[in-house]
Each structure stands twice: as C-alpha cells, then as structure tokens.
Ligand binder design. Structure first.
Ligand SMILES: [Zn+2]
Length: 119
C-alpha cells in the first residue's frame, strides 16, 4: 500500500471515528441547553423574588394561591385540597406541578395541589 493510499485509509478511519461521536455530542449539547434554560429561569426567579413576593396574593376569589408558582414563575395557580383515594385524584396528583402541606388552625394537615393554572 502506497503512502498516499495509507493516508486515505487513515483519513477514512478518522472520519468514521469523528462521525460516530455525533449522537453523543448532540445529546450532551441538548442536556447543556436544557441546563442553561433552567439556570436562566432560576436566575430570573432570583432577580425578581422580592418583587414577586411583594405582589403575591395568597387568596384569589375563594381559591388559595400557590406561592411556589408565583415566586418561581410569576404564575397564579389555584390550590385544591387533596383527600386522596379516587382514581381521578390520583391522576390529578400525578400530573400536578406543586404540592404543599398547610397546617389549619384546629385540624390535621391538609395537602393542596395545583389542578390547573388560573392564568
Ligand atoms: Zn405551584
């Protein structure tokens, strides 16, 4: 095999090796882009946390409001009590974003969750 032919062979092997990295690199790039978006959202939340706190309304109409959705995303979201047990409630619970426990004055802990965004 001539030198020229060997160089072609080396170039071919190198090209195949580099081409094979594409799926891994694309996956890693997508992960980095997702992390960047998450960090930008957290940075926004950090910048505006106190401003959002000052405009947080804990009750709209008869609905308690989710503090997490408001502080993190400036998104009003109604909280609904969870009493568990039924299939529909289990589904709603699985698809909800936030869940938090409130302590009423004279009762046991009541769990709330977001069933829908009120925006
Ligand atoms: Zn929420």
């Amino acid at each position: 095999m001539s030198h020229a032919e060997q160089l072609i062979e080396i170039a071919t092997e190198l090209a195949m090796e580099v081409k094979g990295e594409a799926p891994t690199l694309q996956r890693r790039l997508a992960e980095l882009e997702n992390r960047k978006l998450e960090m930008e959202a957290r940075l926004d939340a950090a910048k505006f946390a106190l401003q959002r706190l000052s405009s947080f309304v804990s009750v709209r109409g008869n609905d308690l409001q989710c503090p997490r959705c408001w502080i993190l995303n400036e998104a009003p979201a109604n909280l609904q009590p969870i009493d568990g047990g039924t299939k529909d409630q289990a589904f709603a619970k699985a698809s909800s974003v936030c869940e938090l426990d409130l302590h009423p004055r004279r009762q046991a802990v009541v769990s709330y969750q977001i069933l829908r965004s009120s925006r």
